[in-house]
Design a binder for this molecule. Sequence first.
Ligand code: KG4
Ligand code: ZN
Length: 341
Amino acid sequence: MKILGIETSCDETAVAVVEDGHYIHSNVVFSQADIHATFGGIVPEVASRQHIITIVPSVQQALEKANINFSDLDGIGVTNGPGLAGSLITGINTAKGLALANNLPLIGINHLEGHIYASWLDGHNPESKPGFPLMCLIASGGHTDLIVMKNHGNFTLVGKTRDDAAGEAFDKAARILGLGFPGGPAIQKMSEKSNGEEPSFPRPKIKNSLDFSFSGLKTAMLRRAQEKKLYPHDSNTKPDQKQIPNLSAAFQEAVVDSLVTRTIEAAKVYKTKGILLGGGVAANTLLRKEFSKRSPVDVIVPKPNLCTDNGAMIGAASWFHLRDTLTYELDLDVLPKLRLG
Ligand code: KG4
Ligand code: ZN
């Protein structure tokens, strides 16, 4: 069964054709990052207007690359939350129009569930190896959630951030250092040039909980940048720019250490057979390395381009919903604050 997966919850217009929840025939991602970079972050109205411009060409490209027509499709899957309302509306209305015109089932997908199902792509099957239950860490620009997946459709939220999301922390730290948007990849690149001399940042301490916190780290970064005259950005002062790679590396290390430590702790508490990573921050090279070094159980992580927002993950999740006969009516609404578990 071939499904068209549509994702427009934030600043990527993404459309893919996925077969049987595992095989990608095409995966078109139109990133708006360059447009939002000029504003230093995502501007919701700009995002929704860009989706309107790019959604139809993205659908056409996804079909062309997969070398199929609408008549070859078995369903239309679309993210219906969480996310920016104006952005979600473009994807949903496109999906409804396509479902109605081609007499195809419509499947609404929770974006976080989509990030989890990215691990089923490229022929992988975490259900058989390592098997359920899985401890899923979804770390993105809007979420840092620990979710126990006991089976398909069975999710329980067991930990979350109390303030900033991990990706948001990267984005804010990059803004302080003048590294542009999105911050995660910029901080990762800068860190490669570090000589490791910056002292470690303090780790957040939340006792008796599997929650995360990143706002203290962001404040610590701001203070150090101010002390080193790197912030505010002032063309009259001449700060030592060589400090930026060291600060970036210390910051990245602190975020990664928090994520890895808490997730492994959670996997032990819930006795899960594996740890599954998803969301843009899971594309981080240090995070991937540290998990594989420190985790006592199998770690499942999609290729970096399947960690960041894409349509293939929505196509994969949709197939499992369709298989379990979970279909949706054409009055499907956007749910900007939708949760998982
Ligand atoms: O999942 P995603 O593409 O969109 C949301 O659902 O939010 O995640 C985007 C977030 C951004 O905050 C971005 O800075 C972060 O993921 N990110 C990274 C990396 N690539 C993207 N963070 C750390 N290292 C990376 N390589
Ligand atoms: Zn996402």
